[in-house]
Design a protein around this ligand. Sequence first.
Ligand code: PMP
Length: 320
Amino acid sequence: MELGDVFVYHGGRYVPYRDAKVGLLTHGLNYGTGCFEGIRGYWDAVGLQLHFFRLREHFERMQRSCRLLLIELPCGAEEMCAHTIELARLNDFRQDVYVRPLAFKASEEVGVRLHNVRDDFAIVAVPHKSYFDSSQGLRACVSSWRRMDDNTAPARAKLTGIYVGSALAKSEAHGNGFDEAILLTHDGHVAEGSAENIFIVRDGVVLTPPVTDNILEGITRASLIELCRNELRLEVLERTIDRSELYVADEVFFSGTAVGVSPVVEVDRRAVADGTIGPVSRALANLYHDITLGRNAKYGSWLTTCFAAEVPIEPLAASA
Ligand code: PMP
């Protein structure tokens, strides 16, 4: 399927991608005054069903991002979920899907501000491509770029402008031969990856930076905290993490919509523990995988199914 042919939601209508256009002077493009979401739809090839993971929670985060940017959304979370499902049906996506809702300051005029600027909203859904292969574990480095500080631009929300920092860090890491970057806060504590939250395991306790350490308030992160506590019966602490704890951790892993649970086996060319994927990372990755494919009824409420269940065809009764 050509991208131009994919149906998207824009301007209150479902239109082909090629017809959903913005101009060069669009405020959000010039000043980073937009926010977005990244949502995964998981195709279950056995049940022939597409499952969106925590769809409503993503749109609720988008509502919070919009509050920060004084963007008025044209509809509520329920309706945004319904438009996403409709896009999957219109495009007949019977494969993994990535959904990108986008809200932005849309006036085509010069002048940086948030007030008195027209807002626009779109949802794009496309077939999903793997972000990176983490089956053997990732090699990460601590970036020389610091995570944006809350008093510079609020990193807890998914604001487009914030991602210039992620892009700088990711390309630096890539240029230096690593898979991913770990960004520190301005005061030198571990924040997160370029597009992932981070967890470490020390002596059986799972640690992740608190939401007050300039992290994005990740939806996968919140889900994994619940799974660690309720399924793996592990203690989870949301606390500030020192850089050097990365070097002495038993396990390190990233979490996020694009990457799921991605184990890190090396930080700054030092092996994490024995340099192989650890048991907590592996158990969580398996749990998460099953949940996203609808194979764990306990967490069925985390999924939104897209297609009507196939009605089994009854064999015709033999005539008497
Ligand atoms: N941090 C950043 C900077 C991200 O871009 C993402 C991906 N959205 C995450 C963390 C993980 O968040 P989530 O689990 O909600 O995808």
